[in-house]
Design a protein around this ligand. Structure first.
Ligand code: MSP
Length: 513
């Protein structure tokens, strides 16, 4: 039986720098899912945070003339501020330098050690500090890390090792018996193929620097940053500190990650959990990479765009909508100002914004801004039935798409109703009905259907455009927050109350010229 709470996580971000579009992409996608699940009436626990140990962060701090503690304290607010600006609704934010993380990580390592899952060995290998990972020679391109474009460093030291190789068959069985453990399917096959070719034990400690959690039984060593970082998913929900909470929230429903860090999440992490007989996450979903103008993002080029550069023009809602709608979730995608402006104008300013403006202004003009009596079944014609069917299909399409993590499909499905509602306006021409007093009741029926469409849309778009949805909710004269509503209670036709005063207002999404 799956547990009640939907627990989802973003990766925890390295704080060697400020956030860029790629980081915001993972977080926005997770926020969309978190908000959606809450409105489905499910308790949600949404975790994000920062990964603060390791050589990369230590070197950044040193280059600034700061201690790692000073540096991380200085930069973490840049991350939390961005999440606030993007309306991210995380329930918790964990920093790996917090005692609630470091203590339980040491407990976890001690438990592994006691179970003879760890031994001391020596290692000689190539280490990429950018990835914080050892590289095999065949992973390099012209001697460079393909992600960071620089040669890895030669590392030779005594390290503790985790017996990862012992878990090869159990991992294979996991991927084979549980097709949802790694998603999308192509990634599952990729991981399965790679694990089949064999697994080496994993070096899990370092001695050449000290910015990390000390190995509890040998303080010359610090725990390898990835082994420390992965545990945030359990320490944040009470592992080693609050067993009742841990039992309630763990395992995670989904770890959302970029494809570059899938190996850590789909191989190393489940093996670590298996080693302590802890439950495994339900799904690890790997999304693709964002490029800018067809190129990898780079700070030193024009492709190094900050999310803050886009927010004044597109707003948080426009930002969230664009990235989730534009990129097929799971595939690589790209950002350009042109594509973003075009999609914003067509989907948000035109389709959605115009539907809202014209519906509200017709109710204001023809009915004094008051929601009329809901139609009797006999008053509904084929066009109304078509409209209602469009909405039901759109919502069902969203449910199905989000269950499969096809987030872009969910928005496409939602917008089929937006377009359906615009087509309804064109078909029933309320302005024509308004000229004929004998058709007054027909006009009321049509405008009721439009008010009700907007109410349904506020509920349906709330997870992706939280501000516009709330503003629409308010203009419709609805009480409280749309974000507290649920599909089962509110995503039904006929719930707009007769006599409610609606308010028109400026465009929800002003056109970008
Ligand atoms: N600290 C590790 C994660 C530890 S999780 C236990 C890490 N941090 S990161 O800051 O480098 O990256 C975090 C996330 O951002 C990853 O999911 C990564 O895939 C994502 N992105 C970084 N650049 C990206 C793009 N250009 N496009 C899309 N996502 C990308 O890895």
């Amino acid at each position: 039986m799956s547990k009640d709470t939907f627990y989802l996580t973003t990766p925890i971000y390295y704080v060697n720098d400020v956030p860029h579009l790629g980081h915001a992409y993972t977080t926005v996608a997770c926020d969309f899912i978190a908000r959606w699940r809450r409105m489905q009436g499910r308790p949600v626990h949404f975790l994000t945070g920062t990964d603060e140990h390791g050589e990369k962060v230590a070197r950044t701090a040193a280059a600034k003339g700061l201690t790692p503690e000073e540096w991380t304290d200085e930069i973490v607010p840049r991350w939390t501020e961005l999440w606030a600006a993007l309306d991210i609704s995380n329930d918790d934010f964990i920093r790996t330098t917090e005692p609630r993380h470091e203590g339980p990580v040491q407990q976890f390592m001690t438990a592994l050690h006691q179970r003879d899952q760890i031994y001391l060995g020596s290692y000689e290998g190539l280490y990429c500090v950018g990835c914080e990972a050892f590289k095999q020679p065949d992973e390099l391109v012209d001697g460079n890390c393909p992600l960071h474009g620089v040669p890895p460093e030669v590392v030779e030291e005594d390290n503790y090792f985790f017996r990862l190789s012992d878990y090869r068959q159990r991992l294979i069985d996991l991927y084979e018996s549980n097709p949802r453990f790694v998603m999308p399917e192509a990634r599952r096959r990729e991981v399965l193929g790679k694990v089949r070719t064999g697994l080496d034990d994993l070096s899990i400690s370092r001695v050449s620097f000290d910015w990390g959690v000390p190995v509890p039984w040998d303080s010359k060593h610090v725990i390898y940053v990835w082994v420390d970082a992965l545990q945030n998913y359990i320490t944040a929900v009470g592992y080693g500190s609050d067993e009742e909470r841990f039992a309630r929230l763990w395992p995670a429903s989904v770890h959302m990650v970029g494809k570059d860090i899938l190996w850590f999440h789909s191989v190393i992490w489940p093996a670590m959990l298996m080693a302590l007989d802890l439950p495994l996450p339900e799904t690890v979903f790997a999304h693709g990479f964002l490029q800018v103008g067809g190129e990898k993002m780079s700070k030193s080029k024009l492709t190094g765009i900050s999310p803050h550069d886009l927010l004044p023009t597109f707003s948080s809602d426009g930002y969230r909508y664009f990235f989730v709608r534009e990129v097929s979730f799971g595939q690589d995608g790209s950002f350009s100002w042109e594509a973003m402006a075009e999609r914003y104008n067509s989907d948000l300013a035109n389709d959605f914004g115009n539907l809202v403006s014209r519906s509200l202004s017709m109710i204001a003009r023809y009915l004094g801004g008051v929601v009329p009596a809901p139609p009797e079944p006999s008053e509904l014609t084929e066009v109304e039935h078509g409209l209602m069917e469009k909405q039901r299909a759109a919502l069902a399409g969203m449910v199905e798409a989000i269950d499969e993590y096809l987030l872009h499909e969910a928005l496409r499905s939602c917008w089929s109703f937006v377009r359906g509602a615009n087509a309804y306006v064109e078909a029933v021409t309320p302005w024509g009905l308004a000229k004929d007093e004998s058709r007054r009741r027909r006009l009321e029926v049509v405008l009721y259907q439009l008010a009700d469409s907007l109410r349904l849309l506020a509920v349906m778009v709330a997870p992706i455009a939280p501000q516009a949805a709330q503003e629409l909710w308010r203009r419709l004269g609805e009480q409280g927050s749309v974000h507290d509503r649920t599909h089962s209670e509110d995503a039904r036709w006929g719930l707009s109350a007769e006599g409610t005063q609606i308010i028109s207002g400026p465009p929800l999404f002003p056109r970008i010229v």
